[in-house]
Each structure stands twice: as C-alpha cells, then as structure tokens.
Design a binder for this molecule. Structure first.
Ligand code: TXA
Ligand code: MG
Length: 319
C-alpha cells in the first residue's frame, strides 16, 4: 500500500512493523533498529541471509554518536562534508546496536539519508531505522514507490512515497583500517570526491571473515534476463538480428529507427552520468519484465560516478 503521510509510517514503525521508505539513493525496507523481532522480519521478507548486515539510518551525525564508540578523525571529516547524503560510514558499534543488525560484527554501518520526508520521519522517532534496499535478495534495488509495490504489494507492506530517488544507486560505504580509510562499496559519492577529503583510499578485499561484505555478493544487482556489457551496441544489434533484445542507451545516437523490434531505454540523452545513475535501475527493471533474450549496455565512462555504475553493471552481468 503506497501512502503519502509520514504519520502513518511513524505509527507503523512504532508498532514494530516494517515500512518502505524513500531515500536519495534507493528505497529502503525500514524497521526499528533496536527491536530485534522487527529486524528479523526484514531478513525474512527480503529472504536475505542473516550473515549480511544492515545499515542503520539516523537523523543526523550527532544522533549517530549514540550508537558508536571512538570515531576516527577522518570519519568526522567525511561526515561533516557528506552527511546528510549518500555516504555510509563503518564504525565501532556500542552495546545499543543489536548483533543481529551487524551480523555479529563489531562494526556498524551508519548513514544520514538526504531526503526531506525521511529526515522528518527519523526526527519524529526515538529509535534509528535499519533499512536495506527494498528488494527481494539479489533483485534490482527500487528507485520508486511503484517498484517497491511491485515487489512487496502482495505482502501488504506500507510504502511511504517520496518520489523517484534522485541519485538512483546505493550509498558509498567507507570504513577504516585503524585510521586509514577503506572503500567497501562504490556508490553515489564518487571515489574522487571522497579522496579529496581523506586522500587515497584502500580498496576492501573480502574473504577474511563470515560476515558478507558488499564486494562478496556478486549477484547483488542482477536482473533475471541475461545481461551483457558490449563494446558497441550498434554492432551487436547488427550481428544478432533474430534476438529479442533490450538496450540501455546513453547519448543521442538514433538507433531505434533502424531496429524497430528492439526495446530501447534512454539513460541520458546528453550522456550525463548523474542522470544515467538516476535512471539505470528503473530502466533495467522495466526491460527485465519484458521476457527478452538479453539486455545489452555499453560500459560507462570510467570516471566519477561512472565507476560505480560500471561496478553495478558488471555485477548484473556476472553469471
Ligand atoms: O543507499 C543505501 O545504502 C541503501 C539505502 C536504503 O540507504 N541501503 C542499502 O542497504 O543499500 P543494503 O542492505 O542493500 O546494502 C548494504 C550493504 C550490504 O552489502 C552489507 O553487506 C553492507 O552494506 N554492510 C552493512 N553493515 C555492514 C557491516 N557492519 N560491515 C560490513 N558491511 C556492512
Ligand atoms: Mg541491497
């Protein structure tokens, strides 16, 4: 059920029930982070393995202090620069954060979403919200209330409508190895923008422990349809005239007249990476619903947020 009023969401969350909430990145499936039974229901509804921890959402960096221990100086700098915004920081948790939230890890992922409705919601609650992306495990993250409704409408989930997500891909996750900054997940804030504040980032290498970290879940953002990254869309279409294809297209080249049987989705006519980011998941999802033989895309320009977009399409293409 899609609703507009935050009062309905507040009451539902206070009762320990789940509500899908808008953020600037993607919609989240939210519950009271301090209510273990509610958090359990998130794992069940998403069909998510319990060793994959959840991000805690708070109204401000000040509010975050209540749930963490020592904070490295660089974390404070990043928080001052990017919060509210699509940055998640991995910090030492304190006892208030249930182990279920962090999948047993001593670190909690914490963020302040930049969305006016959800910030008002968080300010009205006396508990933080855990919110993984509001999709069944391994499916494409939703960027509109309608997409969440399509996934979970049958479960009578309340969806707080906050419009189309402005960024369209998940937050950038930064943690610390001692005091040096480590990139755990590329996202809506580019590596370059983070490095301007903290200097060179180390890339997180997964595999040391049992907690699933972002890099490990390769199939995370996958459509059901075969997904291919191709060097040249036009050449691919010419070589596969019999295939039922969907194309995720960037830029103004007109191909649809020559290939009338092919489904085209335009990500950004002006080849703008931010605009493409806002449109990517919805376009992928819509093509995925059409029963095509394959969805094809050319790699994005490998710079700024284009790097994060390339990360997501590589995961979608992973088989
Ligand atoms: O933009 C976002 O971050 C969205 C919106 C809804 O806020 N949320 C989101 O959550 O993408 P989710 O659960 O789909 O992805 C969170 C990622 C997961 O890959 C998880 O493994 C990692 O963050 N993560 C969460 N807590 C962690 C922790 N304590 N240690 C290591 N990784 C963690
Ligand atoms: Mg997710």
């Amino acid at each position: 059920m899609i609703v507009e009023e935050i009062e309905l969401a507040i009451n539902t969350l206070k009762k320990g029930d789940l509500v899908a909430i808008p953020t600037e990145t993607v919609y989240g499936l939210a519950a009271n982070a301090l209510n273990v039974a509610a958090v359990k229901r998130i794992f069940e509804l998403k069909n998510r393995p319990s060793n994959n921890p959840l991000i805690v959402h708070v109204a401000s960096w000040d509010a975050a202090q209540k749930y963490v221990q020592e904070v490295p100086a660089m974390a404070t700098e990043l928080a001052h620069r990017f919060m509210p915004g699509p940055l998640t920081l991995l910090l030492q948790k304190n006892v208030l954060v249930p182990d279920l939230v962090t999948a047993g890890s001593a670190k909690v992922a914490i963020r302040v979403p930049e969305h006016s409705k959800t910030l008002s919601l968080l300010k009205s609650l006396d508990f933080p919200l855990v919110a993984p992306s509001a999709n069944p495990y391994t499916r494409i993250s939703p960027t509109s209330a309608q997409m969440v409704e399509a996934y979970f409408g049958k479960d009578e989930l309340m969806v707080l409508d906050g419009g189309h997500c402005e960024k369209g891909i998940e937050s950038t996750i930064v943690g610390f190895d001692g005091t040096s900054p480590v990139l755990y997940r590329q996202g809506a804030i580019s590596i370059e923008a983070i490095e301007k504040v903290v200097g060179p980032l180390k890339m997180f290498k997964s595999g040391q422990n049992a907690t699933i970290t972002p890099g490990m879940a390769k199939l995370h953002y996958a459509p059901k349809t075969k997904f291919l990254i191709v060097a040249n869309i036009e050449a691919y279409l010419k070589a596969h005239p019999q295939s039922k294809l969907g194309v995720l297209q960037m830029g103004a080249t007109i191909l649809h007249e020559a290939h009338s049987a092919v489904q085209f989705k335009q990500l950004s006519l002006s080849s703008n990476l931010e605009e493409a980011s806002a449109n990517l998941y919805q376009a992928m999802y819509e093509l995925d619903m059409l029963g095509l033989d394959a969805i094809i895309i050319e790699p994005f320009q490998d710079l700024g947020i284009g790097k994060a977009l390339n990360d997501r399409i590589q995961r979608a293409a992973f088989v």
